[in-house]
Design a protein around this ligand. Structure first.
Ligand code: SF4
Ligand code: SF4
Length: 209
């Protein structure tokens, strides 16, 4: 019984070994590169691949699927005058839903009136504790916190990210999650249009009276 299992395993290894050469030659004959190209990595990551399917990290990297989650980042919109508009309103929902409680937010207050301003003064995430669940991004009502694809975060010390480290432009969000970005963008625009229509409707009787 054991001998049969070993033989089966050897057959798999043998097939993979020879298929690697056969595939390499077939790609060469077609004038294509199977290694160090996006096409080659995509093919080796697919179920259609034969022979070797590993990648030579770090020279080659697997193509991250859109829904991949690592640590979160904060989104800001780039205004035409070059200013950054941080989407976060410091509502605190993400900090409340975070299971390991690794988000800290310091809210802003108007220095004159003392009233709260809808933007954070400070925002911290302890990425050593973050368990990459994505709840913060899921519950944020403003699409202000998004799960990143960047996983190469090794450091010698403790990794507590502040606002400067967490902030990334909306164009980056679009580049890593194009489908999600378009959906969120359409939702945001629809909400803004509905709000403008409501405001216009509310202003109409006052204007005519
Ligand atoms: S990231 Fe979103 S959920 Fe968290 S405080 Fe900012 S607006 Fe609220
Ligand atoms: S991904 Fe999960 S654990 Fe990490 S900060 Fe967001 S809610 Fe907290």
């Amino acid at each position: 019984m054991y001998g049969k299992g070993i033989l089966k395993g050897l057959r798999v290894t043998w097939n993979r070994f020879w298929n690697t050469y056969i595939e390499d030659i077939s790609w060469l004959l077609r004038g294509k590169k199977r290694y160090f190209t996006e096409e080659g990595i995509k093919h080796r990551s697919s179920s259609a691949t034969k022979g070797i399917f590993t990648v030579q990290y770090p020279e080659e990297r697997l193509i991250a699927p859109e829904e991949m989650r690592f640590v979160p980042f904060l989104v800001y919109d780039e205004k035409p005058d070059g200013k950054r508009e941080v989407r976060c309103t410091s509502c605190g929902i993400c900090a409340k839903v975070c299971p390991p409680q690794c988000i800290w937010i310091v809210r802003s207050n108007d220095p004159n009136t003392g009233r709260p301003i809808p933007e954070p003064t400070e925002f911290y995430i302890d990425v050593d504790i973050c368990m990459n669940c994505g709840f913060c991004a899921e519950y944020c009502p403003f699409d202000a916190i998004i799960m990143d694809h960047d996983f190469e975060l090794a450091s010698e010390g403790r990794s507590v990210y502040d606002m400067e480290k967490l902030l990334k432009p909306a164009s980056y969000y679009k580049s890593i999650r194009p489908v999600n970005y378009e959906l969120n963008d359409a939702e945001r625009k629809a909400k803004e249009a509905a709000k403008a229509a409501k405001a216009a409707a509310a202003a109409t009787p006052a204007a005519t009276s």
